[in-house]
Design a protein around this ligand. Structure first.
Ligand SMILES: CSC[C@H]1O[C@H](OP(=O)(O)O)[C@H](O)[C@@H]1O
Ligand SMILES: Nc1ncnc2[nH]cnc12
Length: 290
């Protein structure tokens, strides 16, 4: 039986989990199309987990092309309740240096071209998103990092992740505006994912892996893909250790999460009056409330 309760979405540079055993590739179809790639279901620390390469295993999808809804729906369909997102980010603060890890607790949306809701077509819901990251899942992630004592890696707990559209990196003027807003890191992917995970009642936390200083730092070159991938390859080993230890802790002691009941007070539509086709499409998300 598959039924992984823990999902991992790997971003730039993290296209597979080397330690996964008894691996099965699962092609999942969803009402929102196909996910970025097959989901790899396997065992990590004796626990079933589901791994998905966000941009595809050969990195063929731009941030704006990512099938965010299909990716999260696929995780939900497999039974995932906790989702860890590993993501490359640029640092907007001097103290968060390349190879450091950040567990953000806020987002600012600078995307322009993303669909970040499952709802519509006759079913209206507004999830609470004041605290977009699951505090308890982030706590397990932080404890896992602390327990590993990784050399040369500082953990920064909390902070704001700016989610930009891309694919071009920011201008210096933009980067400095984000700094003036007090933001900590910048990336192109995590905000739509976090919103959809919340709508799907999946606890979500981001493990942000700092790869560069974006383009604002007077003593560092502006970000390039070469810089990002070089640092992420160095960091990917650490990221996998962190994920493995997080999975071990989660399976021993799965924490409660407000995300698991996020739709309880979010749906405005009287579901008995909602269009049947939409209720069928969203059955996986709505079934508890029908
Ligand atoms: C390769 S640099 C830009 C790219 O890297 C990050 O991806 P992910 O969040 O999937 O690790 C960033 O968001 C951009 O998509
Ligand atoms: N500087 C940066 N801006 C946006 N996304 C990134 N991913 C990694 N570094 C980034």
């Amino acid at each position: 039986m598959l039924n992984p309760k823990i999902g991992i979405i790997g971003g730039s540079g993290l296209y597979k989990m080397a330690a996964l055993q008894d691996v099965e590739e699962v092609q999942i179809e969803t009402p929102f199309g196909s996910p970025s790639d097959a989901v790899i279901v396997g065992t990590l620390e004796g626990t079933k987990v589901a791994f998905l390469a966000r941009h595809g295993r050969n990195h063929t999808l731009l941030p704006s092309e990512l099938p965010f809804r299909a990716n999260i729906y696929a995780m939900k369909k497999l039974g995932v309740e906790y989702l860890i997102s590993a993501s490359a980010v640029g640092s907007l603060k001097a103290e968060a240096k390349p190879l450091d890890m950040v567990i953000p607790d806020q987002f600012i949306d600078r995307t322009k071209n993303r669909i970040s809701t499952f709802f519509g077509e006759g079913v209206v819901a507004h999830i609470a998103f004041g605290d977009p990251i699951c505090h308890n899942l982030a706590g397990v992630l932080a404890e896992a990092i602390a327990s590993l004592n990784l050399p040369d890696v500082t953990l920064h707990r909390g902070g704001t992740y700016i989610c930009m559209e891309g694919p071009a990196f920011s201008t210096k003027a933009e980067s400095n505006i984000y700094r003036s807003w007090g933001a900590t890191v910048i990336g192109m992917t995590n905000l739509p994912e976090a919103k959809l995970a919340r709508e799907a009642e999946i606890a979500y936390a981001t493990l942000a892996l700092v790869t560069d200083y974006d383009c604002w730092h007077p003593d560092h070159d502006s970000v390039t893909v070469e810089m990002v991938i070089g640092n992420l390859q160095r960091n990917a080993v650490n990221a996998q250790k962190v994920i493995q230890e997080t999975v071990r802790r989660l399976s021993e002691n799965p924490p409660p999460s407000d995300a698991h009941s996020a739709l309880k007070y979010a749906i405005l539509t009287q579901l008995d009056k909602a269009p049947t086709a939409t209720k069928e499409k969203l059955h996986l998300l709505l079934q508890k409330y029908l």
